[in-house]
Write a protein that binds this ligand. Structure first.
Ligand code: NAD
Length: 492
């Protein structure tokens, strides 16, 4: 049985075998991770602070070189990393490589740190007075990440945080924690000094200790909404800078003029890819007007062709869910749906196997607000179709939803898409694009219950979050400037 170590000061640090890690494709326990004790957390935070004093003064060119080297190592190790992800998460190898590729983008963006951290300079704002601004690192950043993107989400955080001179303590999900240790080793191989990137395993209790720790300056969290809300409140109360990204209920609105084959393809890809365990997965298809019957039929035909199986089988379109508990929860939304007047067009339960947490594509029709499948984030391969009469009803439906992560509209009408994008209360919008995850030069973030705190993650807002501004006003007085003046300094 494998023991997953912490990664402290550039080396593996063994702990007790406490948290079982399963292979979702078989259900068997394949490893154990430790839980960081309070004593270890105190020690690691102290070491991280120590490392920060040197790292914050490292030159931008050195940081860039390390990030370039890290990028190269990620590319060279992509088969190995994808295999680790698939073994503990269950997603297909192709999807694991897709996650790596999207994470890599953030490292590439961070390589431009000398551009991103450029300050401003104003010459002669008053007689003999100049002003310039700089952005300095905040210090020790704690990164808490979810199970569904064990590489991409840590890279969303650590690429920009490290580039801007912070040190990072990563607390990965306890469900698929191995790959984070490899990230630490690859960062070290790329030249990152020891102590600048640490990995501590654990559960809610470890996070709670980190949030209250006086040696921690900022917290980046991604996970479910109830935890995100709590993390935001606790870290804020402890005086930390915090961004906490939560769950989602992403709608795909199909207007009557849309190409229904393209829309059905998009619903399938974004609804069932990674077994629906993506924060930007489409979970609600909003059929506008008379097209609903035809659209549902097209989605059902495509769903019938999908193959669910182990992530390392190239024939699988998507893999198992993360755990037995999660499988039971997702199944429950489908089995109880008829009680609420919902039509179960397709129940994926037939894909179940003797071992592993498999559920095939499920399609629900005539779903409405106020029913369980609509009101909860399901986070599984379940697509709900809501039928509405017109554009205004579709827009109101999306805007009334408490989540606001992503939304997509499928149409051939440019003006309708433009009006929708302007009026919708959602952070990331796709026009004929079902999973509108912004490229790394833009920032990622939802509205409403999908994000607590104001800062979106990665991209320009990432750099802003991991740095604080300093403005320096300078004057080099000459002997002839000598005077006493108790007035408030004026620029004119
Ligand atoms: P989760 O909230 O259960 O766990 C996330 C992290 O928080 C883990 O590291 C976990 O150990 C820790 N944690 C769990 N309970 C905690 C508590 N009470 N206090 C402090 N820390 C705690 O989420 P998950 O099941 O791992 O991930 C799936 C969720 O994440 C979904 O809701 C999904 O929508 C969301 N997600 C959101 C985004 C986004 O960008 N908005 C991205 C990926 C995933």
């Amino acid at each position: 049985m494998q023991s997953i170590p912490h990664f402290v000061d550039g080396a593996r640090l063994e702990g007790a075998d406490e948290l079982p890690v399963r292979n979702p494709a078989t259900g068997e326990i394949i490893a154990y991770a430790p839980i960081a004790t309070d004593e270890l957390i105190n020690d690691v935070v102290a070491r991280a602070r120590e490392a920060w004093h040197t790292w914050r003064d490292s030159s931008l060119s050195r940081r860039t070189q390390i990030l370039f080297a890290f990028r190269q190592l990620l590319v060279e190790h992509d088969d190995e990393l994808a295999a680790i992800i698939t073994r503990e998460h269950g997603k297909t190898l192709a999807d694991a490589k897709g996650e790596l590729a999207r994470g890599l983008e953030n490292v590439e963006y961070a390589c431009g740190v000398s551009e991103h951290l450029k300050g401003d300079f104003s010459d002669q704002v008053a007689d003999g007075v100049d002003v310039h601004s700089v952005r300095e690192p905040v210090g020790v950043v704690v990164a808490v990440t979810p199970f569904n993107f064990p590489v991409m989400v840590p890279l969303w955080m650590c690429a920009n945080a490290l580039a801007s001179g912070n040190v990072v303590i990563l607390k990965p999900s306890e469900k698929d924690p191995s790959v984070s240790v490899r990230l630490g080793e690859l960062l070290r191989a790329a030249g990152l000094p020891d102590g600048v990137f640490q990995v501590l395993h654990g559960d809610a209790s470890s996070v709670t200790t980190l949030l209250a720790h006086p040696g921690v300056d900022a917290v980046s969290f991604v996970g479910s909404t109830p935890v995100a809300r709590q993390v935001h409140e606790r870290a804020s109360a402890a005086g930390k800078r915090v961004q906490a990204l939560g769950g989602a209920k992403n709608h795909l609105v199909v207007l009557p003029d849309a190409d229904l084959d393209v829309a059905a393809d998009a619903a399938i890809n974004a609804g069932f890819g990674s077994a629906g365990e993506r924060c930007m997965a489409v979970s609600v298809v909003v059929a506008v007007g008379e097209i609903a019957d035809e659209l549902v039929a097209k989605i059902a035909q495509r769903a019938d062709r999908l193959r669910v199986g182990p992530g390392d089988d190239p024939a699988s379109d998507f893999g198992p869910l993360i755990s037995a508990e999660h499988l039971a929860r997702v199944r429950d939304f489908v089995t109880r749906a008829p009680d609420e007047g919902i039509t179960v067009v397709r129940d994926g339960a037939t894909a179940a196997r003797d071992e592993g947490y498999y559920l095939g594509p499920c399609l629900l029709d005539h779903v409405r607000p106020g029913t369980r499948p609509y009101d909860h984030e399901i986070f599984g391969p379940v697509l709900s179709v809501v039928r509405v009469a017109n554009f205004d009803e579709a827009l109101a439906l999306v805007n009334d939803n408490p989540y606001g992560n992503g939304v997509a509209i499928f149409t051939r009408d440019g003006n309708a898409a433009r009006v929708f994008a302007r009026r919708v209360h959602v952070g990331m919008i796709g026009v004929n694009v079902p999973i509108p995850v912004p490229v790394s030069a833009y920032s990622f973030g939802g509205w409403k219950n999908s994000l607590f705190g104001h800062a979106h993650i990665y991209g320009p807002e990432g750099f802003a979050f991991y740095t604080r501004a300093k403005v320096i006003t300078t004057r080099w007085p000459q002997p002839s400037d000598s005077q006493i003046d108790l007035g408030f300094p004026r620029t004119r």
